[in-house]
Write a protein that binds this ligand. Structure first.
Ligand code: CA
Length: 234
C-alpha cells in the first residue's frame, strides 16, 4: 500500500488525517513541522504522496515542496497542498511548484480521500487492477483488489464494511443472504437483536451511496437481502 507523508502543524487535523488515511489502508507518516517531514522524506522516503500544509511555523509547505522537487530522490513525489487561504495566488504558486492538487481548509475529509486516490492512481504508484478484479454489473463497477466502486463512472466512497457487504451480495447475486449470514461473514459476529439492525442500517447507507444502483439490493422480507440476479431494463 502507498506511503503517505503528511506535514500539518494543527495537531487535531493531523490526527484526523492520519486516522482516516490509515483507515483506507495507507501507511502514514505524520509530522508537525516541515523540517521533520523533509528529513523523513530524504532519509526514509520517498513517499508515494506528500500532503503539505502551506502555513507552518518554520519551513513552509511551499519550501518543503521546493526542496522535494530539487532532490533526485523525491523529484517526482506527488504533492497535495493544504491551505487556510483561498486566494488564487496560492493556487498559482502551488501549481507552479508542480503540486498535483490543492485543498482549501476547511475541507471535507471524504473529498480529500478521493483526491488522494486520484493522485495515486495518476502517478501509477499503485499497480494497475488485474482484469479479474474488476466486476461490472449494469451501471455498477467494482474493483475488488483496490476496494473501489463506481456508479455511472462516478466513484463512490464506501467504508470497508460497506465494501465487504456489497462484495458478498454481488458475489452471490440472485441468492438470498440472511441477516445472520451477513453478520457472520461481514462482521464476524453472531446474531443479536441489535446487531441484526446493524445490517439493516448498513444496507440502507450502502443503497444510498449506490444511487441509481441502490435498488439492485433487494430486501427479502423477514430473511435478509439479495443482489438482483440480472441487470434491469432501463
Ligand atoms: Ca498551518
Amino acid at each position: 500500500m502507498a506511503n503517505i507523508l503528511i506535514v500539518e502543524d494543527e495537531e487535531d487535523l493531523l490526527t484526523t488525517l492520519e486516522y482516516n488515511l490509515k483507515h483506507e489502508g495507507y501507511q502514514v507518516y505524520p509530522f508537525q513541522s516541515g523540517e521533520e517531514g523533509l528529513e523523513w522524506a530524504m532519509q526514509q522516503g520517498p513517499p508515494d504522496l506528500a500532503i503539505l500544509d502551506i502555513m507552518l511555523p518554520g519551513m513552509s509547505g511551499i519550501e518543503v515542496c521546493h526542496r522535494l522537487r530539487s532532490h533526485e530522490r523525491t523529484r517526482n513525489t506527488p504533492v497535495l497542498f493544504l491551505s487556510a487561504k483561498s486566494e488564487d495566488i496560492d493556487r498559482v504558486v502551488g501549481f507552479e511548484l508542480g503540486a498535483d492538487d490543492y485543498v482549501v481548509k476547511p475541507f471535507n475529509v471524504r473529498e480529500l480521500l478521493l483526491r488522494v486516490r486520484a493522485i495515486l492512481r495518476r502517478s501509477g504508484s499503485q499497480s494497475q487492477p488485474a482484469e479479474e478484479s474488476l466486476v461490472v454489473f449494469d451501471a455498477l463497477k467494482m474493483d475488488r483488489k483496490r476496494h473501489q466502486v463506481w456508479v455511472d463512472e462516478q466513484e463512490t466512497l464506501l467504508t470497508s464494511m460497506e465494501f465487504k457487504l456489497l462484495d458478498l451480495l454481488l458475489t452471490h447475486k440472485g441468492r438470498v443472504q440472511s441477516r445472520d449470514t451477513l453478520l457472520t461473514k461481514v462482521w464476524n459476529v453472531q446474531n443479536t437483536a441489535i446487531q441484526t439492525r446493524t445490517v439493516d442500517v448498513h444496507v440502507k447507507r450502502l443503497r444510498e451511496k449506490l444511487g441509481v444502483m441502490g435498488d439492485a439490493i433487494e430486501t427479502v422480507r423477514n430473511i435478509g437481502y439479495r443482489f438482483r440476479e440480472h441487470p434491469q431494463e432501463r
